[in-house]
Design a protein around this ligand. Sequence first.
Ligand code: FES
Length: 154
Amino acid sequence: MTTQEASIDEILERYPGSPEYLIFLLQDVQKSYGYISPDSMQLICDRTGVPESQVYSVATFYQSFRLEPQGEHDIKVCLGTACHLKGGQRIMDELKRRLQVEPGETTPDMKFTYTSVNCVGACALAPVVVIDDEYYPSTTVKKLEKQIKALSQD
Ligand code: FES
């Protein structure tokens, strides 16, 4: 957590302590910490009075919530139809080979997490890779390799 990010106490103080604010709390915690830790989840339960099993169900139902720490760089490979047809799967395979972890996992050095996503709305630029919210159009294995190398050194 950086100094600009809110502490869990600050986040909990933003909303009244009732179940209707569960999603907002989860979103804010994730925004600050990158994921929702078991401790954060427990504090949210205490604050809202929602049972832990229910908070867990909500957090796992929405794909946008993460329950594991994420790598410094978030790589999303589009595997929507256009990107798949233009080599998206090759890019996924290359990431797996290079990073030596499965999709959704984080490298042991906490540098990279990668996943596949469905259409990111830029089909004309297929295949698309989104790294830290920046779109990389017409990605090739070679371009991706360069990008990974550059990010590995920062
Ligand atoms: S299928 Fe990848 S951007 Fe649409």
